[in-house]
Design a protein around this ligand. Structure first.
Ligand code: ADP
Ligand code: MG
Length: 345
């Protein structure tokens, strides 16, 4: 199959004209570049700014075919990019897909990856407007660029946390790492039956776009990150760039049944997964203390979780874990050493 037939096979009849029109796509896949109209703000609409993000998944580094189906690999590749848009409080619009494939891969296998990419794109109303296709000597590489938008001046940065803010999470951290451990140490079918939620968290994460939108609209959310490299790493980034300290209250960290049951069964440290696991693609951030109640009910009305897990205080970028010491019957604080996933250590 030549390059053009491949691109056609993977991309034709995947999205409706209605979706393309809605997202201002004038020219999509087929020409040298995509043409999209930048919606002019009407008198009643707020002016918007554009968001650009790109993420690459490399076989053997970010995924192995033993623990993920091709469709799941495609879904996750786009979902992780959309998660970056969610972490700015934005709305995703368009995406470009770059595929570098070894000869060992059949174009039909890449088509399965596209099944996942388009399932995610259609679910979250993102138009695929182009990409690139090359061969690769050894491993499959998928790189996705997403363009989104956010109300002018409203993007939620990681540097905006203020002293006395409450730290929150929009889901349970650590589930993806636990799910990966289960997939590597158990039969996949059994793992799915016994510990479904952690397996799904690893294989098919959903971007928290609705949560990001609610946080932006409600106001008072001073800083935001998505949990890709681990909770400790994300909170460290917020603490450092906002020039303050963050205290995580261990007893407030949310856990799920499947997470605690699998940690018990596998004799692994649940806290390690929560703090350092990563790939959860939930949101973590800080909000003004006066907004917590409003956000809790706003999230509850939308059937979304919202957990308070700590607070910020004066400092210079340190991260602390506050736990209950049973022996001395008092709260004690330990410094958290940041050891999230880093490709070049
Ligand atoms: P050019 O030579 O102008 O760079 P290409 O041959 O690379 O064009 O691609 C032709 C068209 O197909 C372009 O519109 C490009 O965006 C799109 N395209 C190429 N590869 C992919 C892919 N893997 N997925 C989606 N669209 C693709
Ligand atoms: Mg090209």
């Amino acid at each position: 199959m030549d390059e053009f037939s491949r691109i056609n096979r993977w991309n034709t009849q995947r999205q409706t004209n209605e979706l393309r029109e809605l997202l201002g796509v004038k020219v999509g896949i087929g020409d040298d570049a995509a043409v999209v109209s930048v919606t002019k703000a009407s008198e009643h609409e707020q002016p918007m700014e554009l968001l650009y993000t790109v993420d690459t998944m490399v076989e053997g580094v970010h995924f192995i075919s033993e623990t993920m189906s091709l469709e799941q690999i495609g879904y996750k590749a786009l979902a992780t990019n959309l998660s970056d848009i969610a972490a700015m409080g934005g709305i995703p619009l368009h995406a470009l897909i770059s595929i570098s494939m070894p000869n060992a891969y059949d174009p039909e296998q890449i088509n399965e990856i596209y099944n996942g990419i388009y399932a995610c794109a259609n679910r979250y109303q993102v138009a695929i407007v182009g990409g690139d296709t090359t061969s690769s000597p050894h491993t499959l590489v998928i790189s996705i660029t997403v363009i989104g938008q956010v109300k002018s001046g409203k993007a939620i940065l990681r540097s905006g946390a203020k002293q006395g803010d409450i730290v929150f999470l929009t889901g349970v951290a650590g589930q993806s790492a636990a799910g990966l451990h289960a997939l590597q140490h158990m039969d996949a079918i059994e793992a799915r039956q016994m510990y479904g939620p952690i397996i799904i968290a690893h294989q098919k994460p959903e971007p928290h776009l609705m949560a990001g939108k609610l946080l932006l609209e409600c106001g008072g959310c001073h800083s935001l990150n998505d949990v890709s490299d681990g909770l400790a790493s994300e909170l460290s980034e917020i603490a450092k760039s906002s020039k303050l300290d963050i205290v995580i209250q261990e007893q407030l960290l949310p856990i799920s049944n499947s997470l605690s049951q699998y940690a018990l069964y596998s004799k692994q440290s649940m806290l390690d997964w929560i703090l350092y696991g990563g790939e959860d693609y939930i949101l973590v951030g800080t909000v003004h203390v006066d907004k917590v109640f409003e956000l809790e009910s706003l999230f509850a009305n939308n059937n979304l979780p919202f957990y308070q897990i700590g607070f910020t205080q004066e400092g210079n970028g340190q991260l602390w874990l506050e736990s209950w010491d049973e022996q001395f019957r008092k709260l004690e604080r330990k410094k958290i050493i940041n050891r999230g996933y880093n490709h070049f250590i």
